[in-house]
Ligand binder design. Sequence first.
Ligand SMILES: C[S@@+](CC[C@H](N)C(=O)[O-])C[C@H]1O[C@@H](n2cnc3c(N)ncnc32)[C@H](O)[C@@H]1O
Length: 280
Amino acid sequence: MSESFDVQRHVLGPTLTYGLWSWSHYVFRPALMLKSLGLYRPNVLGEPPPPRKLPGGGPELSKRLDAPQLLAQTPGHYDSVVEFDHCSDDYEQAVKPFSQPVFDELLGMLLPHLVPDARILDPSCGPGIEALALARLVPEGEVVAADLSRGMVETSWRNARQAGITNMAFVQADVGDPPAIFEGYFDAISCCLAFHHYPDGAAAVRAWRRVLKPGGMAFVADPGPKWFNDMSHPWAKLADPGFVQHRTGAEFQALFRQAGFADVYWVEALPGIGITVAST
Ligand SMILES: C[S@@+](CC[C@H](N)C(=O)[O-])C[C@H]1O[C@@H](n2cnc3c(N)ncnc32)[C@H](O)[C@@H]1O
């Protein structure tokens, strides 16, 4: 049976994808070229973190949890991720040209701190592209790929199995309401292009403060400077399913400080995209 016409799936989604690809091609690429020549001068807030190493801990959850851990009951605000369930299999292909350069920047900031036995949480893993890449970088550690969307958790689990990656666990969870087993467990959080979907950003950051160990760090990439937020807001509202709000670098800094993070650095790593690095 042919799929019935759906404005989000057949018009708005592809339009948004086209806009993201164009931004990546016409804005990110020249910026990356300037960066390679040392000519990119990003906006920054705060001091970059000193190059200290994360504590590390080794694998535990990935040894205990074979299958994806799914919520017994559907949370009240699940409608915000239903569209991610629908597109979980095609998502990587649609978004990678935009999300890859953003994740590469995040990774560039995480790598100096990484140790081989680090425990990393990706709290909104989507289909798991980034979580799998991180798992390969911590062969003596592990990555927990979490997402509120059941479809995304199952897709990332399948992708890891196909890739033969075993140092990962998969958990369906709301970012603001993590399971008790996460408390004080992680060395690092890596969150890429998801924060603008969170219904309660402050609750998410408070949860991250609780799940990180002393000495842990959070790395969060999301749209950031005000000019980009203002420009993209109408599109995000119209075409990005489950969009809640964009934040400026100063707003990210305030959220992390209020949640008890000690040092918070924000940099416009690529035009329109900020990365927040917060240390416990
Ligand atoms: C734009 S996608 C980004 C996925 C992935 N990080 C990437 O860059 O490809 C946003 C993800 O956030 C997830 N998400 C939205 N609200 C969430 C919440 N409250 N808790 C956890 N994940 C959530 C969505 O299900 C979706 O997979």
